[in-house]
Design a protein around this ligand. Sequence first.
Ligand code: PMP
Length: 396
Amino acid sequence: MAIPYARRINGVRPSAIRELLRLGDDPELISFGGGYPDPALFPMNELSEIFHELLTTATAGTLQYTESRGLPELRKLIAERLTRGGTVCGADDVLIVQGGQQGLDLTAKLLLDAGDVVITENPTFLGALIAFAPYEPRYAPVRIDDDGMDVDHLEEILARNPGAKLLYTVPDFQNPTGVTLSLQRRRRLIELANRHQLVILEDTPYRDLRYEGSHLPTLKSLDTEGRVVHVGSFSKILAPGVRLGWAVAAPEVLEKLGLLKLAADTQSSTLNMSAAAAYLGRYDIDRHIADGNVVYRHKRDLALATLDDVLPPSVRFTRPNGGLFTWLSFPEGFDAAKFMQETLLPAKIAYVPGATFFPVHQEPNHARLSYSGIPDDRLLHGLRQLGELVRRQLES
Ligand code: PMP
């Protein structure tokens, strides 16, 4: 069978994480892979009451088409919440998307021609690489450390890539490393974007999952020239299955993103948008997030303390102030994918080998480890075993 595929599909590969999620069906497997939010935190009762009401007493409007930009009431509530958090905007500055992932896709579709340069953190979110792949970009990855993207290195990269159009960043509790961009670097990033006429795609699904310290301003709130497309999501703060997120951008950019949204899927689900609006109107989502953060903070503390105990000092890992991940760095020469295949999986343990998060040069000696959504006893047991197996491997 010779199917005449488009060239753009060449760069699209199966995701290592999807493969891993398939492994997740094995009940004995302790998976530090997925990075799913803890399902025990989903507001089941509240959402079930709301959906029931929407389908029984509410008007047929909740099952009708609505504006492609998204339900006005939901856009207003999101804008109010963002404004309270320092990212000042109005309902008309918000486009509702089908999860943050669609925000990444539409932004790439808006800006990228084949061969255009995208600047990313190194490593970066795999789902972004997957979203960008059909637009056939080239990548210019920038080093990161505990304060996020290294802006001095960024300056060098910009000097070498004068035509770069788009910079993609996860400034808060980055996926996969968990690190957060410092305030000073946020300011420098905006200055550099202005100087080099870059669009910044700011992806913030973990922003509200902060377990200590205070929130840093979003890049959007520091944006002086309308260069930031800010993307957020309900996935980690409400439930990923509702598939709702938002994009906030300058009017001209948002208008075009709205046209692409219309072309892609007409609009997000009216029913789900109505439910999210009812939830935000009726309940205190910030209270809900704070309750969840108590659980996640505990998991993070348990995971980091256990890793401190069980890993040899030659294995380093990040100490995130929030989010769902820590990033393990094994000594040079260690192959984290091979180790998982040959040693961890037979012991019923999984993480995500790190190579897949690097856009260009895939470093083999890292792994992403998620501590969310695993009961404490399994978390402890799994990490102890992981530590033991790593020690044995490094000593052999
Ligand atoms: N960006 C990052 C950094 C993510 O980790 C994720 C999901 N894990 C997304 C975007 C997309 O999430 P969603 O589409 O569920 O909002």
